[in-house]
Design a protein. Structure first.
Length: 341
């Protein structure tokens, strides 16, 4: 099913005017680096998720222009128009003639975004892994985004107080309660979704690699109730006061990839890491469809340059039932380009 029918851009990054018909189940955009291929995917992501995966709106606006406009035609004649005014700094979404400041939840579609830096997720920093999984959990669980936002606000207030020389436990108590309330919920959601992912990881990996190796993702966070969370914050008070920030909580969690019961960062080869990430992406698509009831759009940004022929074939084969929009610097085997930039 083709969810995206057409994309039209004006003053969007390097594109003065741009239009693309997505009339195939697979759309391939070919162009040199810097030609604006990723910007097309960014605009689609913005229309489906309500935000960019790359930058703030002022960075998207083409140099020396006053506004940008992205128009995406969807299935069933639905149209989403995003406008950004460079003078006021305001962005609006128009869905079938109705304007809103944010993209309503009911109009959001799930997206599987595969970027080259995803390949290095296993060996990247904990903060990058948190960002990656936070975005996935936002799509899977309707409450995750709000809970994470509230947690981060409460955490910032707590950290601001910790920077004061006269801070006491009593000063932090109300923020401890909020951090515990939202932090415990984040931990619960994270562990629950990872359990679903891990139920499929090894089978998906073996289908790609054609061997009997195993893999899983271990969540380093402890799933606790709110009272235990509050006690842990109280225990770390002296250390937190000295350091000036909160050392315990959901913001410190990590996701470690394991290969044959060993940390994959150090035990898995580069090819094995790529197969693990491919397996994760295939699982993402399936879980997103199950949890949202909507078929995700698959955006593949210049990923073929990072994969050998065998993994390229698995990528295309496993996503064959989804609409794929792909960017590349050259035409992969057995594929033809819809658009050359």
């Amino acid at each position: 099913m083709n969810i995206i029918q057409k994309v039209s851009l004006k003053n969007y990054r390097c594109h003065k005017e741009f239009s693309l018909d997505c009339n195939r189940s697979t759309t391939l955009i070919i162009g040199e680096n810097g030609s604006g291929k990723t910007s097309v995917l960014e605009a689609i992501y913005l229309a489906l998720r309500g935000k960019s995966f790359r930058a703030v709106d002022s960075d998207i606006l083409r140099t020396d222009e006053e506004f940008y406009r992205a128009e995406v035609d969807l299935i069933d004649a639905q149209k989403i128009i995003i406008r950004y005014d460079g003078k006021t700094g305001k962005k609006s979404f128009e869905i079938d003639g109705k304007k809103t400041a944010r993209l309503p939840k009911k109009n959001r579609y799930p997206v599987v975004l595969f970027e080259p830096n995803n390949i290095y997720l296993i060996e990247s920093s904990p903060s990058r892994r948190r960002d990656y999984f936070d975005e996935l959990f936002r799509q899977i669980n309707a409450n995750y985004s709000v809970t994470l936002s509230r947690y981060n606000k409460a955490l910032k207030q707590r950290n601001d107080l910790l920077k004061l020389e006269t801070v006491s436990k009593d000063d932090l108590f109300s923020w401890d309660i909020l951090c515990a309330q939202y932090g415990a919920e984040l931990k619960r959601i994270r562990a629950s979704v990872l359990e679903k992912i891990n139920q499929r990881m090894t089978d998906n990996y073996r289908e790609i690699a054609k061997n009997e190796d195993s893999c899983e993702i271990k969540y380093t966070g402890d799933v606790v109730d709110e009272n235990t969370y509050i006690r842990e914050l109280a225990k770390s008070f002296e250390k937190d006061r000295i350091l000036g920030y909160t050392t315990y909580g959901a913001h410190r969690d990590d996701y470690r990839f394991y290969f044959n019961n060993k940390d994959a960062d150090g035990s898995a080869s580069r090819g094995e890491m790529r197969s693990i990430i491919l397996a994760l992406k295939f699982i993402e698509a399936g879980i997103l469809e199950e949890e949202t009831g909507k078929q995700p759009v698959v955006l593949l940004d210049d990923i073929f340059s990072e994969l050998d022929d065998m993994r390229q074939k698995h990528l295309v084969s496993n996503f064959r039932n989804y609409q794929m929009i792909i960017t590349s610097t050259n035409i992969p085997a057995n594929m033809t380009a819809n658009m050359n930039l």
